[in-house]
Design a protein around this ligand. Sequence first.
Ligand code: BV8
Length: 239
Amino acid sequence: MNSPVEPDALIVILTGAGVSAESGLRTFRAADGLWEDHRIEDVATPEAFVRDSRLVQRFYNERRRQLRQVAPNAAHHALARLEREWSGEVLLVTQNVDDLHERAGSQNLIHMHGELLKARCLRCGQICAWETDILEDSQCPSCSRPSCLRPHIVWFGEMPLKLNRISAALARCSVFAAIGTSGNVYPAAGFVSMVAPGTQTIELNLDASMVSSAFRECIQGRATDAVPAWVERLLTPLG
Ligand code: BV8
């Protein structure tokens, strides 16, 4: 069990697909998961995009459409509450490409694997908001060229975003929490091993992850139960 946290501490939180599961978005590696219909290498790699851009665009268009049908859940709202009410800084690093943390109110947020509601131009490099299907002849809003947009998603083999900022925060945080992630994907799964000695580490997950043994404390349960309870515990000063 972790001890009380100093009030001006930096808390770094990593989330994965499990935090959005109860909003109705499928995770990746569950039996009915997103990868169940596709092999990762067929839809989430640059090679896949070169080989079959229509399949890859369709995979992300379907997920972009689905995102409009779902809403943040109690776990997203609890993390936004923690950012509002915690006396120190809270940095939320998400592997998720959905916008549910933003919609719940989180602001100090890094999407290390990109964002479903953004597109990136292969010609001019601009990143733009994109909430509908990316079609074969979709035009870049910046350079107006057609047929040159890809999802602003970090695929396997590509460099995740803002790693320097994340590493700096990991080195100075007092608490590191991983929520709803299976610990399969690196470098995110290695973050728990990058914190300073003495940092309080906690994993909140439905099941044990691939890296549970690296955490001081593990709370197993659904995110909509475990996360609000954990936030309440952090925000309730010991009497
Ligand atoms: C890179 C966008 C070079 C796509 C994604 C060692 C070091 C560095 C790299 C590697 C390495 N070893 C291997 C690699 C390569 C690779 C990798 O990790 N491969 C894996 C498969 C072995 N990594 C990369 O290619 C990365 N880039 O390495 O660049 C580099 C080198 C060194 C240092 C820096 C850089 C790029 C990886 C990014 C790939 N893109 N997403 C898309 O979304 O379509 S990854 C994809 O998986 C998602 O982003 C997702 O977030 C992520 C991780 O999955 P999870 O979120 O954990 O989801 P999962 O379904 O697995 O688990 C859900 C969990 O929730 C479960 O545990 C479940 O129990 C739990 N849960 C379910 N319901 C609930 C719940 N918990 C609570 N409540 C519930 N209700």
